[in-house]
Design a protein around this ligand. Structure first.
Ligand code: IMP
Length: 185
């Protein structure tokens, strides 16, 4: 196992290397290409965390894609406050479209349920979810992703788009934040 190290003062343990991430993304792209053959996809990328993932994934998707961006917020620090807000709406109509939501992490599932309900209300034709990471341990809402990169137990993750208060998104790998000797992360 790689040694813990510090980045911007935070102790981190490597969880998924850039190579592992790309291997899973290639598998996901294959699954998506097979599922949507002959159709056009409306991909909804959930900002900001899924940005890096979507950029790598969509370059391997061979079915035609239109992409839109949505932004939702529910987190402060490492804790979800439970109330989801839409802070940037979509540009495109979703009615009747084959919609694929691209998420970074499904954790409690509250964000995803909120977004899926909204897209259903707006009449999405088909609606599926691709997430890089599925953290099933803390799930509070009944929701499952259709395409999953990694299943992960818990902990707070940073890097490859995932942030702690807007920091460390730029790291090329995904790290678990570990407890310091004083119990802080
Ligand atoms: P949920 O509503 O609890 O499922 O949280 C979903 C969102 O919270 C994700 O799209 C992430 O943006 C953020 N999130 C959840 N867990 C983590 C984490 O471990 N690191 C960084 N962001 C996280």
């Amino acid at each position: 196992m790689d040694q813990p190290h510090r980045n911007q003062g935070y102790p981190l343990q490597l969880l998924y290397s850039p190579e592992r991430i790309q291997t899973e993304i290639a598998r996901l792209a294959k699954e998506i290409n097979a599922s949507y053959e002959g159709r056009e996809l409306l991909v909804i990328v959930v900002l900001k965390g899924a940005l890096f993932f979507a950029a790598d994934l969509l370059r391997l998707v061979t079915v035609p894609v239109r992409m839109d961006l949505v932004k939702l917020s529910s987190y402060a620090g490492t804790e979800s406050c439970g109330t989801v807000r839409l802070t940037k709406d979509l540009e495109f109509e979703v009615a009747g479209k084959d919609v694929l939501v691209v998420e970074d992490i499904v954790d409690t599932g509250l964000t995803l349920v909120y977004l899926l309900d909204l897209l259903k209300q707006r009449g999405a034709g088909t609606l599926r979810v691709c997430t890089l990471i599925d953290k099933t341990e803390r799930r509070q809402a009944e929701v499952t992703a259709d395409f999953v990169g990694f299943h992960c137990q818990g902990g707070f993750l940073v890097g490859y788009g995932l942030d702690l208060d807007e920091r460390m998104r730029e790291l090329p790998a995904i790290y678990q934040m570990i407890q310091d000797h004083d119990g802080e992360i």
